[in-house]
Write a protein that binds this ligand. Structure first.
Ligand code: ADP
Ligand code: MG
Length: 214
């Protein structure tokens, strides 16, 4: 293992907002390694399995979860249901040669245990953050609240990835009130595979916007 590594954290304004798809997009585009340290809900497969299958990842392109819980509920409660507790000392960023894409669990204010929110863990990591948001109705409130919480903690938000159908007004309104940039807008894919994500990556010209982080 090497001593330095670069990492980007993929957060979301909510659960089911597209963090796993956006993480796959970055892993594919940047030939990065994927890590989902805390997984709640394993019965319909894990996010790690989804990314591995979607991108046909080899073993050295992903890291195993630190915590994996059966029930698809907030991590703090999923852990308790299995008589466990998430220990933040176990969530140390692994040092690897490649760029690491870290997918968080749920939204920012999701508890990891009874004393620690996801966003508190982000502060411990203090890594650059990409926030995934939907394009449609409801995104202004959720996204601006999320950005405010991140900025209040002096976290480094690189920008937003908007996931979903194009919207006439929301992108510019989020950039203006959120004082941030939109890094990419992902369409709804009718089919998802590595090739399609590569084609999308090539269209979006993201490397330039990420140059100081990767
Ligand atoms: N841009 C997209 N195109 C097609 N399907 C998508 C897209 N984004 C998300 N989905 C689908 O929506 C669901 C939730 O997305 P996911 O990435 O798993 O969200 P999260 O990781 O935030 O919970 C999944 O079934 C995923 O395949
Ligand atoms: Mg996910």
């Amino acid at each position: 293992m090497k001593t330095t590594s670069k990492s980007l954290v993929i957060c979301g304004t909510d659960t089911d907002i597209g963090k796993t798809i956006v993480s796959s997009f970055f892993v594919q585009g940047l030939h990065a390694t994927y890590w989902k340290p805390v997984q709640s809900g394993t019965e319909n497969g894990t996010d790690t399995q989804t990314v591995c299958k979607l991108l046909s990842l080899e073993k050295n392109r992903y890291l195993s979860e630190v915590y994996k819980f059966k029930t698809p509920v907030s991590p703090h409660w999923a852990a308790e249901k299995e008589s466990q507790e998430i220990d933040p000392d176990k969530l140390i960023i692994p040092k690897i040669d490649e760029l690491l894409i870290i997918e968080t669990a749920g939204g920012l204010m999701v508890p990891l245990n009874r004393n620690l929110l996801q966003i508190d863990q982000l502060k411990v990591w203090d890594l650059p953050i990409i926030l995934v948001a939907k394009t449609e109705l409801g995104t202004l409130n959720h996204t601006l609240l999320s950005l405010e919480a991140l900025k209040n903690r002096n976290l480094n938000v690189i920008g937003l990835v908007l996931n979903g159908l194009p919207h006439e007004d929301n992108p510019k309104t989020l950039e203006a009130f959120g004082n941030t940039q939109i890094l990419a807008k992902l369409p709804i894919f009718s089919e998802l595979n590595a090739k399609i994500l590569t084609q999308e990556w090539n269209k979006q010209q993201l490397k330039q916007k990420l140059r100081e982080y990767i």
